[in-house]
Design a protein around this ligand. Structure first.
Ligand code: DQA
Length: 144
């Protein structure tokens, strides 16, 4: 089983970026955490990060026919991108949306998510642990 984790804009700045909101751990530490979750779940995993909406869409399209589950933190594109929503709907791959912070308890504009319309689950405010839960959820859907 193959799971793809996609992180959107500014997630590569973890550790530097607003540590009061996102914590002091770095993006490198996040990728190590995700790799450990792949191992725990017994899945083949890939991790992708981009600051560019079109690149994220290209990566989702590439996953078609090749990937069994997508974990996506679209970051700010969560609240703006109908194109990422459409890409997820186009490929039809089970997806879980993850946010490090609790977007519901922040500014009003963060409460709205286009991407969640294509997500089986949305996990918010659990920090790195949200990625682990998302990976374990998708792995539990494995047909075997
Ligand atoms: C985020 C929340 C978004 O509102 C924000 O734009 C981000 C990160 C999160 O993980 O909490 O960049 O997706």
């Amino acid at each position: 089983m193959k799971i793809l984790v996609i992180n959107g804009p500014n997630i590569n700045m973890l550790g530097i970026r607003e540590p009061d909101v996102y914590g002091a751990k770095t993006y490198q530490e996040l990728t190590e955490f995700i790799e450990a979750a792949f191992l725990e779940a017994g899945v083949e995993g890939q991790i992708y990060q981009s600051n560019h909406e079109g690149d994220i869409i290209d990566r989702i399209q590439q996953a078609y026919g090749d990937t069994d589950g997508i974990v996506i933190n679209p970051a700010a594109y969560t609240h703006t991108s109908i194109a990422i929503l459409d890409a997820l709907k186009a490929v039809g791959i089970p997806a879980v949306e993850v946010h490090l912070s609790d977007v519901d308890s922040r500014e009003d504009f963060r409460k709205m998510s286009y991407v969640s319309l294509a997500a089986e689950r949305v996990i918010k405010g659990k920090g790195f642990e949200g990625y682990r839960e998302a990976i374990l959820y998708l792995a539990s859907k494995r047909a075997d």
